[in-house]
Design a protein around this ligand. Sequence first.
Ligand code: ADP
Ligand code: MG
Length: 271
Amino acid sequence: SETLPPPARRRILTVANQKGGVGKTTSTVNLAAGLALRGLKVLVIDLDPQGNASTALGVDHRSGAPSVYEVLLGEISISDAAAVSTQSDNLVCVPATIDLAGSEIELVSMASRESRLKEALSPEALDQLQADYVFIDCPPSLGLLTLNALVAAPEVLIPIQCEYYALEGLGQLLNNIDLVRAHLNPSLWVSTILLTMYDGRTKLADQVSAEVRQHFGDLVLRTVIPRSVKVSEAPGFGQTVLTYDPGSRGAMSYLDAAREIAVKGAELENK
Ligand code: ADP
Ligand code: MG
């Protein structure tokens, strides 16, 4: 089947939005699977103690499994914690266990508390995994875990739900991104906006998407992810929608979005 072009240089994308339930995890796992199933090497870092991305990728995340928690503590490397996903041999995931729940507090007293993930995601470590793409799935807050993700990645991908109050809180996220750029990570930028849970029957969905496109222009992927039951069912089977129901509208749209991301990535200049 079709293969997607590798990026001009390795891409690391933090998937962030401090609102819960906007499609961060769903987008992370399905975009990652889309790229991996089309031939690219992908690493997913699950940075949410809920471990939903780990579940959808079929990776063990019971307490005690090697996880991102030990990586943040500096006890093990990314490669030690990465497990191959059931969804594709090209896809590995560093899972989150419930142990991560205490880490927002534990990290506070640690040295270089905001750059521990960046240190773990060294070029050497990522070379070892041969990762073309790295996605970091953030928890629904702007705490130390999300801060670690924003310091570790040049790119931010913001999923926006086509719903009431979609844009509420976005200003706060963008402010935080500006602060991190000014003080901790000069190369940080919002590279990608993805509209999720689009319901074509409502006028509201169109209004939200028009408003987002007016504000963010080309950063918004042309592909919009529809609201679809298949998408929400897949994680219950430890799957992404791409393997759960490959012919579904949800699967096709995540594949289209992955293709857009790959085409953009291949064109990114080597700066
Ligand atoms: P977040 O990670 O931002 O909290 P999730 O990705 O977990 O959000 O999505 C929140 C809920 O919405 C989950 O139950 C998920 O299965 C569901 N969901 C996400 N995207 C879709 C979609 N396109 N269609 C239907 N349900 C979706
Ligand atoms: Mg989530």
